[in-house]
Each structure stands twice: as structure tokens, then as C-alpha cells.
Design a protein around this ligand. Structure first.
Ligand SMILES: *Cc1c(COP(=O)(O)O)cnc(C)c1O
Length: 437
């Protein structure tokens, strides 16, 4: 399989190139040249009860260039936590993607990308430096994903004082090859400094610098796995007799929704897709008008979805050949307010005892709205993107108690913080990268 730029102005590349460079030379995101079909019937997938086996089958459709033994090892290491499908109510299921080390679904992509990159580097004995700018969740997933990966040095740039204590502890306490860089500025400063370094010839001469943000294909492809896996589990639970499920994806940058759409094109039995968003509702606007108007993001309680310029929309548009009418047949967008998010956390807790994180709550509220206007028999699967313990303030506000911290978070809280503190001047960051700080 080869990968092409959405802008169509660069030559096709293999996965290794797409992985190492992130963006194509023409500035476009990479997409698969075509979407293959799953090689087996879905009844057969329902018989497979281990996640890595499905993970290997799905990723090898795209990554045939990686020797099967190596790919299997990468998948086994990346997907070494469970992804259960939980029945919340009669027609409402949650696919819990948050049992990884940082308790959010981004662990899947970050861990797979780290493994794939280490594999590529081992074959040519290259060393790379990975840098990411983060407003919270991405940084910890990338830090954990790449921790102790051979040949890789990691820098996480984050705005000092502007992320939660839990998030900070998750990325500053690993040590080893992971360096947390605490910037006296905003997230935008972090991103600006990172971008400048990615184009700085002096820096690039000194180290092979790349980034692990969510546009990288190495993060997108493994996300297809849990849709095939989740649907197979649903088939086992339900006998597959209830009609095709609708899948609801709490969305921000639209990476997870893109993965779900790819899974539908692969042949996973998905009826339709719902992008559940907070008030940053670019997807609703795009589906309504067929035009894309990015706007500055605003802050909500589901902050990992506060994206005003979702980078993966170009991939979705490419998948539907820019035909918004076709996209509307498969994808709907539902927008929820912060009040509705809090209300949903309360309602679900009162009805079932289950505590939703604010992002998953947006998804469940969207699912209820959909179920209220469709026949009682159509099931809905919501991807549960984070563990509620990551958002104690919101949970407290909604249901007046704190969710116990899972052991992953307790460990992070008990370790000492280590960070490199710098100003928001580019020169400071450059000194870190060139070893002069
Ligand atoms: C990143 C994130 C999202 C949004 O996912 P996208 O792929 O950016 O649309 C939703 N929920 C949580 C918890 C996240 O961390």
C-alpha cells in the first residue's frame, strides 16, 4: 500500500516515509491510496477473541511493507490493554478505549506509532527526536507511548500553569528519554516554537527532528483496529440480529471519526456515524453548508474536543471525493452544550451508576438524542474516549463526588516532577534542542 497527499502535489510514498515526515512535501496530509476490504466475513471476526490478532489483520492491510513478525510485535506491545464493549442500557453500548497507561484513547495511536517508528529506525540505525506541543492529553499519551523507545528522544512542550496537575504529573515524571519542557507562555506559543524548529536548518542539521501530532498516519491507522474489534464484540453479544449499529464518536480534530469512516469503508458493519461535538461545531457547519470555515476554538468542559480547525476534515473530504451529499448519507453531527454535558453525566449516573467522562458524556447525550427519534431496535455504540478520573473538577461539578484514581494516575502523582523550564522565546527552545541549555 502506498500513501498519497490529499493535495495531490507530491509523489506517493511508502508508510515509512509518511511516518517519518508526518506531512507530505506539498503540505498535505497523507491518506491511503485506496481503502482495502477486510479479507474475512464479519462472522469470522466475531470468532476472534483476542485484540492483537484483529489488530494485526487490520493494520497489515495497510502496512504490508513491515515484516509480519515485526508488525505483530508492534501491535502486541501497543494494544496490551483491554478494550471492552460495555452495555450501558438496552440499546446503548460503550466501547471503552481508556484502559491504557494515560487513560485516554490516544494511547492506542501513540503507542503504535512509537513501535512502528522504532522498527523503522532499527533497520537503518537512525536516531530521531520527536517533539510535540500539547494542551494536555496528547502530551501524556505521546510521552508514555515513546518512553524507553530505542533511538528516540522525546520533548513535550507544554504551557506552564495552564494544564491540570494530573496531566502535568503524567508527562513530567517519566524521565529517561522523555523530556518535559515547561514553557512560560500559552499553548499557541508552544506550537509556534515547535513549528519554527521544524523548519530551522541549523536544528535539523543537528538532530533528525519530527513531530508526533495527530496528523501522522502512524497514529490514525491503528485506530481502525478498535472499530473492527468493537463491532465484532457487539456481534457476539447481540448475535448480530438487531440491525447495523450506529457509532457515535466524540470529536475534536476528527481523527477518531476518520478512523471510524475508514472502518466502515473496510466493511465493518457500521450503519451510520455520528460526530458528537461540543460548541466547537465545525463538523455540523460543514455538513450543513458543504463549506469549511475554521474559527478560533473556545473553551468547554470537554476540552480535548476544543478544536476550531480540525485537521482531519481534509481526510474525510477526500474519502467522500468532496461530495458532501454522499458524506451526509453516512455521517451526521450533533452538538451539545456544557450544560447538556453535565446533565448527561448526572442522568447516566442516576440511571446506571456509571460515571462518564465529559467527552464520552457528549457522545452519550448525542446517542440519546438519536435513539429518541429512531426505532427502538437500532443499537448505538459510543466510543468512550477517556476515564472520568482524569477530569475530577467536572465530575465533582456534575455529581458531587470524586472518582477514585486508577493505579496509573496514582503512580504518576507519587513520582517527582522533572521539567526544563524556558521562556516563550524561540532561542530558548533552540538551545534545548541543540544541547546548549
Ligand atoms: C483527543 C480527544 C478527543 C477528540 O478526538 P479527535 O480524534 O481529535 O476528534 C475526544 N476525547 C478525548 C478524551 C480526547 O483526548
Amino acid at each position: 500500500m502506498r500513501f498519497v497527499s490529499v493535495l495531490g502535489e507530491s509523489p506517493p510514498v511508502d508508510f515509512r516515509d509518511a511516518l517519518l515526515h508526518g506531512l507530505a512535501p506539498d503540505g498535505g496530509l497523507y491518506i491511503p491510496e485506496h481503502i482495502p476490504k477486510l479479507p474475512r466475513s464479519f462472522q469470522e471476526y466475531q470468532q476472534i477473541s483476542d485484540l492483537p490478532s484483529i489488530g494485526f489483520e487490520v493494520t497489515s492491510l495497510f502496512l504490508g511493507e513491515i515484516p509480519p513478525d515485526s508488525l505483530r510485535r508492534i501491535v502486541e506491545r501497543a494494544l496490551d490493554f483491554r478494550i471492552p464493549l460495555v452495555r450501558l442500557e438496552e440499546n446503548l453500548f460503550l466501547l471503552e478505549l481508556f484502559h491504557g497507561p494515560t487513560l485516554a484513547f490516544k494511547d492506542v495511536g501513540a503507542r503504535f506509532m512509537a513501535g512502528a517508528l522504532s522498527h523503522c529506525l532499527a533497520t537503518d540505525r537512525h536516531a530521531v527526536t520527536i517533539a510535540v506541543a500539547t494542551s494536555g492529553d496528547t502530551g501524556s499519551a505521546v510521552a508514555h507511548g515513546f518512553h524507553n523507545a530505542p533511538g528516540i528522544t522525546v520533548y513535550i512542550l507544554y504551557p506552564s500553569g495552564k494544564i491540570s496537575n494530573l496531566q502535568e504529573q503524567q508527562m513530567t515524571t517519566l524521565g529517561g528519554n522523555v523530556h518535559a519542557v515547561e514553557v512560560e507562555g500559552t499553548f499557541d506559543d508552544c506550537q509556534r516554537m515547535l513549528k519554527e524548529s521544524l523548519q530551522d536548518r541549523e536544528v535539523l542539521a543537528n538532530c533528525s527532528l519530527t513531530t508526533a501530532n495527530s496528523i501522522n498516519l502512524g497514529r490514525l491507522i491503528p485506530q481502525l483496529v478498535y472499530y473492527v474489534w468493537g463491532l465484532a464484540q457487539w456481534g457476539r453479544l447481540s448475535g448480530g440480529t438487531e440491525g447495523l449499529p450506529t457509532v457515535v464518536v466524540p470529536s475534536g480534530n476528527l481523527g477518531n471519526l476518520t478512523a471510524a469512516s475508514y472502518a466502515k469503508f473496510l466493511g465493518a458493519p457500521i450503519g451510520s456515524l455520528i460526530a458528537a461535538t461540543n460548541s466547537n461545531d465545525i463538523m455540523s457547519q460543514y455538513l450543513a453548508t458543504g463549506t469549511f470555515h475554521p474559527h478560533p476554538s473556545h473553551k468547554t468542559l470537554s476540552n480535548a474536543m476544543d478544536v476550531g480547525n480540525p485537521s482531519n476534515l481534509v481526510r474525510l473530504r477526500a474519502l467522500y471525493a468532496d461530495d458532501v451529499a454522499h458524506m451526509r448519507k453516512d455521517i451526521e453531527a450533533i452538538r451539545l452544550t456544557d450544560n447538556e454535558t453535565l446533565e448527561e453525566i448526572r442522568r447516566t449516573y442516576q440511571r446506571t451508576g456509571y460515571v462518564l467522562d465529559p467527552h464520552t458524556a457528549v457522545g452519550v447525550a448525542a446517542a440519546r438524542r438519536f435513539l429518541a427519534r429512531t426505532p427502538a431496535s437500532s443499537p448505538v455504540i459510543v466510543t468512550a474516549t477517556a476515564h472520568p478520573a482524569k477530569f475530577p473538577e467536572v465530575i465533582q461539578q456534575a455529581i458531587q463526588f470524586a472518582v477514585p484514581l486508577p493505579s496509573q494516575l496514582q503512580d504518576a502523582l507519587s513520582r517527582p516532577k522533572q521539567s526544563i523550564r524556558i521562556s516563550a522565546r524561540y532561542g530558548d527552545w533552540k538551545e534545548v534542542l541543540t544541547g546548549k541549555h
